[in-house]
Design a protein around this ligand. Sequence first.
Ligand code: GTP
Ligand code: MG
Length: 274
Amino acid sequence: MPTLDSATVKRLKTLAPHRSAELERLVELTQAPRPAVAVLGQYNHGKSSLLNALIGKDCFSVSDHRETLQTSVQVHQGIEWIDTPGLNADVEGRDDRCAMQAARSQSDVRLFVHALDVGELDASELALLRELLDEQSATGRPTLLVVTRITNRSAAQRERMLKVIARQVPDARLIAVSVSSHRRGLAEDRPGFVQLGNLAALQQAIEGAVLEANQVRQHESALIVSTLAHEVKHRLKQAYAQHQHAQDQRQAAYRALAQQCAHLQQRIATEIRG
Ligand SMILES: Nc1nc2c(ncn2[C@@H]2O[C@H](COP(=O)(O)OP(=O)(O)OP(=O)(O)O)[C@@H](O)[C@H]2O)c(=O)[nH]1
Ligand SMILES: [Mg+2]
């Protein structure tokens, strides 16, 4: 795909100012060399731990309090793994903006992370998931709902809670995992724990999504270009109509002036004759 030069981007921003999010994504689509997977979700729900488990290396820092404060990227096996700050963590909303920028513009696959032991999805998580899932329906860019920390509850509680969450967003692809069980299974060579961790199911879903990323990118680009073209056409039509209106007004003023001059000439001629 051809790249967009900065002058064109600037002009498009002026012509379609409320399409800046789409424009940013388009710029990313023309420049990003590899598929990108981003985690997203409230702080301390296990986003960084999940990425470490998926990559198989402790690249991202983990803590039991608010930890990730800016977006960071690791390239592993040809994929960009993007860790983001937790949502709803700082009053100024800087963390949220940073995370949303990664989710909206920089990633091909979004992993929406929610910890089961916190309870069901709250209103802000639901609103954001709705936005991402609606976008998935329109463009094909996927979002997976990853429910983490499932072994902090009994099996019965876990099943009940997972059903509640699935009912909250019936159209989301939900994958339940436990990073701690996965790690324990690997460390102690106990396949039962690895199986309970269920990371393999998530890895498989991500692999599938990454394989389709190129095709989805093409579809996304075509949609954004067509939206922008429609917008620009509309703005140019408006500008032409305004120009035409101004020209019509100038011509009408000129005609009125010419008429007044003719009247004046006639009066002068009559007075000279009289
Ligand atoms: N029991 C259990 N604990 C987990 C699991 N995943 C993460 N944790 C713990 O949850 C806490 C938060 O993990 P992080 O990965 O730092 O969470 P985060 O979402 O990246 O947090 P921020 O960077 O603050 O947004 C840490 O104490 C982790 O050890 C899990 O699957 N099971
Ligand atoms: Mg983190």
